[in-house]
Design a protein around this ligand. Structure first.
Ligand SMILES: Nc1ncnc2c1ncn2[C@@H]1O[C@H](COP(=O)(O)OP(=O)(O)OP(=O)(O)O)[C@@H](O)[C@H]1O
Length: 616
């Protein structure tokens, strides 16, 4: 198809549907002459926005063609129905963002911006967009559309919420720029009266244009005093003309977006996006601080624990109940003769109690039932019970375990019942209890002339090759990585999703950002900010971990930092992916939580603590 001379927009045989039953454009034809105002009228939901967004290349038709006399995105000004502005920005910042995208020099942006401000009766430049009224925000949106003086203006309901006087002067302005500057304007409005000022009216209904003529001509031809009456008449005619034979919906074909932008990467657009991201980051200080400080705060908490408890999880603050049927260790230290050469001075149960007394709070109970009851009612963390023959049986076990019957083997055991509901503290308790019994047996063996090592379990853990046996040190890298991955992915995805939610993408798409080639600009600009925030986060965390809490660095600081940064890069990439796949902000957050929990639970990051259980 070739467009006729003097035609600004030609839509031919346009088909579009969102579902097989909801056909929005049904073979629509539209012709907009250059240097005219085209008023597109039709009932709510008839597809006006769908048509306009197809013209500017935000949506693609299923079938049909669109041709424009302008070829470049810079030559189009699109005002979407939503306000589509960053509410955390001042009016000046908004003007400069869009001005830069269109390669306007800053002084020109200020000059034109000031004129538009005056004409559209807007508040001062330094007012936050979010602090402007709804009507003012719409007018800022219109100012942004007019700022770069585009040849083709596409305005979706520009005069909603504007008082009649101002609305009148806006229309006068439109008529003036059409005449003096040969601009072309397509406008949708619900106020049919004001549409009379258009050069051409397109009446849209049922996926087609019922008529496309000058308003005066329409009223005259259909003998109607108002455009509403014309519309009513044509609608009735359309109803009666309905052809029972429904024509098949054409096959979907790939349509070229009619507008092009300047290559893959344009410095001015990149700078605009970067400055905008920087403003966004500084204006959303709580989010930024959350991202920067979260790992450091976690490390302060973990660091406090490790400082007080020798680098381990603390044991429960609740006491452990002792039920000692062998001896009352508080009153006497009875002499104990176990063999001819061996005279340990105290019963083994008392020696063991002394050892564990350094770590646990202990309380003596008379019976096992009472002790168990104390645990069940939350007054104690566990019960330890010794049989009356504990020392004798344990000594016999040391000398010749193979000769013992079950009763004596049982009598040589420390019986332990623990409340396992507090996982972190319980694994520490189990470890302490096990280490103490091994230590006591080794001491006794030595005292009785045996080799110390015989008393231990036949396994010896040497210095770890990687990581530490200290649980808090061992869990730190995976914790750090998980938090860093989560915060970077959330920071990236929420920045993009929030921008999309406010409709900014729609407008910037037309201005040349996003879609097609210039996604590079968005990615790079986001990466620059993200890397800045990431380094703040890492620097603060390293300071807390290694300078304040003096955590040992087993490897190299450089490699640890690099590892963390790569992990954050993965987080950032994942954040981009989430923001492309998911539209709603809160769903992105849910997806992020789901991912991190899944990674944490299934990839072994949390398994450090399980591994700890089997260490002696
Ligand atoms: N992305 C989408 N997915 C599914 N349906 C959609 C989508 N966008 C629009 N629609 C539907 O398509 C129809 C046309 O919508 P459109 O926004 O183009 O109408 P409109 O004429 O601009 O309406 P209004 O005057 O109220 O703004 C509506 O029924 C709308 O619900």
């Amino acid at each position: 198809m070739t467009m006729g001379e003097g035609t600004a927009v030609a839509v031919r045989n346009a088909y579009k549907r969102y579902s097989p039953k909801a056909v929005i454009l049904d073979g629509l034809n539209m012709t907009v002459a250059e240097g005219t105002i085209y008023g597109l009228l039709g009932p709510s939901g008839c597809g006006k926005t769908t048509l306009l967004s197809s013209i500017v290349g935000m949506r693609s038709l299923d079938n049909g063609t669109i041709e424009l006399s302008v070829k470049h995105k810079d030559e189009v000004g699109f005002m979407p129905q939503e306000i589509a502005l960053n509410t955390e920005f001042t009016i000046r910042e908004v003007f400069h963002f869009y001005g830069r995208i269109h390669s306007m020099p800053p002084n020109k942006i200020d000059k034109v911006g000031a004129e538009l401000l005056k004409f559209l009766e807007l508040p001062p430049m330094d007012r936050m967009v979010g602090n402007c009224s709804g009507g003012q925000q719409r007018r800022i949106s219109m100012a942004v559309t007019l700022l770069h003086d585009p040849k083709l203006l596409i305005l979706d309901e520009p005069t909603v919420g504007v008082d009649p006087l101002l609305s009148n002067s806006i229309w006068e302005y439109f008529m003036e720029i059409v005449t003096t500057k040969h601009k072309t304007i397509i406008i949708t409005t619900h106020y049919i009266e004001e549409a009379k000022n258009s050069n051409t009216i397109g009446l849209m209904r049922g996926g087609v244009l019922l008529a496309e003529e000058p308003p005066g001509y329409l009223m005259e031809q259909y003998h109607c005093p108002t455009l509403e009456d014309v519309f009513l008449k044509l609608s009735e005619k359309q109803e009666s003309d309905v052809n029972e034979q429904t024509k098949p919906y054409p096959k979907k074909v790939r349509n070229e977006i009619p507008l092009k932008s300047d290559g893959n990467f344009k410095m001015e657009r990149f700078k605009a996006q970067l400055i905008k991201n920087f403003h966004w980051t500084s204006r959303n200080l709580p989010v930024t601080l959350f991202v920067v400080c979260l790992p450091a705060i976690l490390f302060v908490i973990l660091g406090q624990i490790s400082k007080h408890k020798g680098g381990d999880y603390p044991v429960s603050p609740k006491p452990i109940v002792l039920v000692n049927d062998e001896a009352d260790c508080r009153n006497s230290t009875p002499y104990l003769q176990l063999s001819k050469n061996c005279y340990p001075t105290r019963p083994f149960s008392c020696r063991y109690i002394s050892l564990i007394g350094e770590t646990f709070g202990l309380v003596n109970y008379g019976s096992l039932t009472e002790g168990i009851n104390a645990v069940k009612t939350g007054r104690a963390a566990g019960v330890i019970q010794f049989d009356a023959t504990f020392s004798v049986d344990l000594m016999a076990r040391l000398k010749d375990a193979a000769a013992l019957n079950n009763k004596r083997i049982n009598g040589s055991c420390v019986h332990v019942w623990l409340d396992m509901s507090e996982f972190g503290s319980t694994i520490r308790s189990m470890r302490e209890l096990k280490l103490s019994i091994v230590k006591m047996m080794k001491d006794v063996s030595e005292e009785c002339g045996y080799n110390r090592k015989v008393a231990g379990i036949p396994m010896e853990f040497k210095e770890p090759i990687y990581q530490s046996q200290d649980i808090l040190q061992a869990i730190m890298p995976p914790y750090f990585n998980s938090v860093a991955f989560y915060t970077t992915s959330m920071f990236t995805s929420s920045a993009i999703v929030m921008e999309r939610a406010s409709g900014l993408f729609e407008r910037s798409q037309v201005a040349g950002i996003f879609l097609g080639l210039t996604i590079t600009e968005i990615l790079v600009a986001q990466m620059v900010i993200q890397i800045f925030v990431m380094n703040l986060q890492n620097g603060l965390s390293f300071l807390v971990l290694y300078a304040i809490f003096s955590y040992p660095m087993v490897g190299s600081y450089g490699l640890a930092y690099l590892d963390l940064s790569l992990n954050e890069l993965a987080g950032m990439t994942y954040g981009f992916l989430l923001s492309m796949l998911i539209k709603e902000e809160q769903n992105v957050a849910y997806a992020g939580i789901f991912t991190v929990l899944t990674l944490f639970m299934l990839t072994g990051e949390s398994n450090n603590s399980y591994g700890y259980l089997i260490k002696p």
